[in-house]
Design a protein around this ligand. Structure first.
Ligand SMILES: Cc1cc2nc3c(=O)[nH]c(=O)nc-3n(C[C@H](O)[C@H](O)[C@H](O)COP(=O)(O)O)c2cc1C
Length: 166
C-alpha cells in the first residue's frame, strides 16, 4: 500500500546512475503483471543512450525530462504474441504501472509517458528504435533518482464508489 499511495510522477532526477541490477528488478516487476489469458504480449527496450534519450522529445512534446533522465524503459506490445486480440493495451498498462510502483518502492522517481495511441509518437518511436512492424511502442517510463519530493496525492473519493448498482 505504501508504494502505491506515495507514488507520484517524478520528472527531475539527480545525476546518480541507476544500477543495471535495479533496472532488471523493475523489468521483473513489469513482467509479473497480469495479462489476458496470461499472454504476456510485451517487449521492453531499456534506453540509456544519451543521444537516443535526447531524440525522443523531438517527437514527443511532453517528454523533455528524458534529456536528463539516466534511463528509460520503453514498454511495447508485440502483436505476434497476442492470443486474445485487442488486450495488449491493458496488458502493457499493467506492466507500466508495475514499473512505476516498483520504482517508487526502490526510492527511484519515474513517470509514465504515453506513446500509444498517438499516431505521430508511435510511428516516430518505431522508426527511431528500429521496431519491427508487429511491435507497437506503448509507453515510456522515464526513471532516475528523484531530485524533487512530492507529497502523496490522496485521491480517494468515496463519491466514485457504487455498490451493486449505480
Ligand atoms: C496514459 C498516461 C500518459 C501520460 N503521459 C504523460 C506524458 O506524456 N508526459 C508526462 O510528463 N506525464 C505523463 N503522464 C503522467 C500524468 O501526467 C500523471 O500521472 C498525472 O498528472 C497524475 O500525477 P501523479 O502521477 O504524480 O500522481 C501520463 C500518465 C498516463 C497514465
Amino acid at each position: 500500500m505504501e508504494a502505491i499511495l506515495t507514488r507520484r510522477s517524478i520528472r527531475k532526477y539527480t545525476n546518480q546512475p541507476v544500477p543495471e541490477q535495479v533496472v532488471k528488478e523493475l523489468l521483473e516487476a513489469a513482467m509479473s503483471a497480469p495479462s489476458a489469458v496470461n499472454q504476456q504480449p510485451w517487449q521492453f527496450i531499456v534506453i540509456n543512450d544519451r543521444k537516443i534519450l535526447g531524440e525522443i522529445p523531438k517527437l514527443h512534446p511532453y517528454s523533455l525530462m528524458l534529456r536528463a533522465a539516466p534511463v528509460a524503459i520503453l514498454v511495447c506490445g508485440d502483436l505476434q504474441l497476442e492470443k486474445m486480440r485487442g488486450n495488449w493495451v491493458q496488458d502493457c498498462s499493467a506492466a507500466t504501472e508495475n514499473i512505476l510502483v516498483a520504482a517508487n518502492a526502490k526510492g527511484l522517481g519515474a513517470v509514465w509517458l504515453g506513446v500509444y495511441p498517438v499516431e505521430r509518437r508511435v510511428t516516430g518511436i518505431k522508426k527511431l528504435l528500429d521496431l519491427p512492424e508487429n511491435v507497437i511502442p506503448f509507453s515510456i517510463v522515464s526513471i532516475g533518482y528523484p531530485a524533487v519530493k512530492k507529497l502523496p496525492a490522496n485521491r480517494y473519493d468515496s463519491s466514485r464508489i457504487h455498490y451493486n448498482r449505480w
